[in-house]
Write a protein that binds this ligand. Structure first.
Ligand SMILES: [Zn+2]
Length: 194
């Protein structure tokens, strides 16, 4: 079986694409699926963040452009060597950004948030691959956040604020979401249903 969205090859029994999280057999989460009280071992919704080079490196790109502009202006006063230095520094900034992107991409590819009927199971780190689990009853608030840069790239974040008993201080932040509004609505539906 192949994913209809990204084309990845999957096990015939797969309910979700491992790569992009697309549900197979066209079974997106709905009020009905949850109300049927499906077993808590079945993933109802899989959320996967996406890597985007420009979005991940916005800070470095802005810094590199600023260095070039500043040294270009300086070069009128102190000579062309200033601009040459600026280009060199901007180049170094971008080399680090590109190296960092390989790690960021691997990290994001490993992120996965699986929503069951009563709990979320997720792995959000690349170095610490351990899975974490939080029961919905420990989630006190779900928030959709879309900053300026996120909007610019069509991204959004969903933040699940947890209460003290969950053992998580600041909750779960799911960022780099392409279809954040839809994901937010699906998560809210799920949490309200339990
Ligand atoms: Zn896919």
């Amino acid at each position: 079986m192949f994913c209809s969205k990204c084309g990845a090859q999957l096990e015939d029994s797969a309910r979700f694409c491992d790569k992009c999280g697309n549900p197979m057999n066209g079974v997106p989460v709905s009020q009905n699926t949850v109300k049927e009280k499906i077993p808590d071992t079945e993933v109802v919704l899989r959320v996967k963040p996406e890597f985007n080079f420009l979005y991940s490196n916005m800070g470095s790109i802005i810094a590199a452009v600023m260095v070039i502009v500043m040294t270009l202006l300086m070069s009128f006063a102190v000579g062309f060597v200033a601009f040459g230095t600026g280009l060199f520094i901007a180049g170094i900034i971008m080399v680090f950004a590109i190296i960092g992107s390989f790690f960021r991409k691997a990290q994001i590819n490993n992120m996965r948030y699986d929503f069951y009927r009563t709990k979320i199971e997720y792995s959000d780190s690349f170095l610490n691959k351990a899975e974490k689990e939080v029961k919905y009853k420990h989630i006190r608030e779900t928030v959709l956040s879309r900053g300026i840069f996120e909007r610019l790239f069509g991204f959004g974040s969903v933040i699940l604020y947890t209460n003290a008993e969950s053992g998580l201080g600041n909750g779960i932040v799911i960022s780099c979401l392409k279809n954040s509004e839809q994901v937010y609505k699906q998560i809210k539906d799920l949490l309200n249903n339990d």
